[in-house]
Design a protein around this ligand. Structure first.
Ligand code: NAG
Ligand code: NAG
Ligand code: NAG
Length: 326
């Protein structure tokens, strides 16, 4: 699907791009700046760290958390419009409620799942032939209990990697980064390496979700909105290191991805005949793209199982077929 098709289908518009430069900070200096001097930068990086630099997990982590750097594709009005657009396209009947339990019944030899939920109007439930769970069942995240299943569906072990996002409206302390004159600070996003004393993973200057043609990114000497990622909530004195002064701070603590070391095996995708668990994929690799692929595969799996098209599932010669078709 082209970007144009996608935009038309979802009725969204691509947000304007604002050029910005990134750099990697060690706590003392910048070791990599995004410039045209690519080779010089690689050389400096190698000089400081050797090639092992690219293997430093903190580096991978920082790149991961850099997330929404300016040059990524973004939707005007916010990327969440893609989710509401998708929901609208499915013409699904949405019940806004929190699922509390799923119990197994049967009807004419076929399983039937009763989904119990709770909302402002109190408890309720509905019966379904196929259920796909797209929420974490690990670490008491959603407290969904499974009733009448034999063998029982137990809670899955595993913990999550937490990160803290602080949205700060204020004046950057460019001195902290070695730029006494804020006007000369050239970066809109800063990643970090693992270094003692460094208390944040990345920070970037963020733009509103709606940009007009005349929008200009705030200059470093002006008050701007910065997004800071850290492992722990920032202490007041840490904020005062990064910012000369600030008007407001909004803090969100969230679980970025599974702690891959915390589980031995991937949880099952098929929990019961027609009861599927989508988030299993996150325990192999956590990204929006992977989740989208997993969702498509679970939909196909559910459809083929429902129609008893077993030869379409786990086709052993699939790779061979794909190759001969190519
Ligand atoms: C931002 O853009 C979206 C999508 O184009 C639009 O629906 C919304 O009203 C806009 N919001 C503002 C504050 O301009
Ligand atoms: C799930 O239950 C546990 C223990 O009762 C509780 O601590 C936790 O807050 C609950 N989680 C949610 C999302 O309700
Ligand atoms: C800014 O950074 C400098 C250099 O690290 C530091 O001495 C100073 O306390 C920081 N904060 C302010 C508000 O200037």
């Amino acid at each position: 699907m082209t970007e144009k098709d996608f935009s038309e289908l979802m009725q969204v518009r691509r947000r304007q791009q604002k050029r910005s430069r990134s750099a990697i900070f060690t706590g003392e200096q910048f070791v990599l700046e995004e410039t045209d001097w690519y080779l010089l930068n690689l050389f400096r990086l190698w000089w400081h760290y050797g090639m092992s630099f690219l293997l430093v997990p903190a580096f991978a982590g920082a790149m991961l958390l850099a997330g929404a750097q300016g040059n990524r594709w973004a939707v005007e009005g916010g990327n969440k419009l893609v989710c509401s657009g998708l929901l609208k396209l499915t013409k699904a009947n949405i019940i806004h409620a929190r699922v509390t339990a799923i119990s197994l019944h049967s009807s004419e030899g076929k399983p039937l799942y009763q989904v119990h939920y709770e909302n402002e109007d109190g408890p309720g439930s509905n019966f379904y032939d196929i259920v796909v769970i797209a929420a974490q069942l690990h670490d008491s995240k959603n407290n969904i209990t499974f009733q009448n299943f034999d063998p029982p569906i137990a809670e899955f072990p595993g913990t999550f990697h937490t990160t803290v996002t602080s949205i700060v409206h204020g004046y950057l302390n460019s001195s902290y980064f070695g730029f006494p004159d804020p006007k000369l600070f050239p970066f809109a996003s800063v990643l970090t390496t693992e270094a003692p004393g460094l208390f944040f993973n990345s920070m970037d200057n963020i733009c509103p979700v709606n940009l007009s043609n005349t929008f200009k990114r705030k200059q470093p000497q002006e008050a701007a909105v910065w997004r800071v990622h850290s492992q722990h909530p920032l202490e007041k004195q840490e904020l005062k290191m990064l910012f000369r002064s600030y008007y407001s701070v909004q803090v969100t603590e969230w679980q970025v991805c599974p702690d891959y070391g915390s589980v031995k095996n991937l949880p099952p995708i098929i929990l019961h005949d027609s009861l599927f668990y989508l988030n299993t994929m996150e325990w192999a690799a956590s990204s929006m793209e992977m989740s989208a692929v997993a969702a498509r595969n679970v939909a196909l799996l559910a459809y083929n199982r429902w129609n008893h098209d077993v030869e379409k599932i786990d086709q052993k010669d699939l790779m061979h077929k794909v190759k001969t078709e190519l």
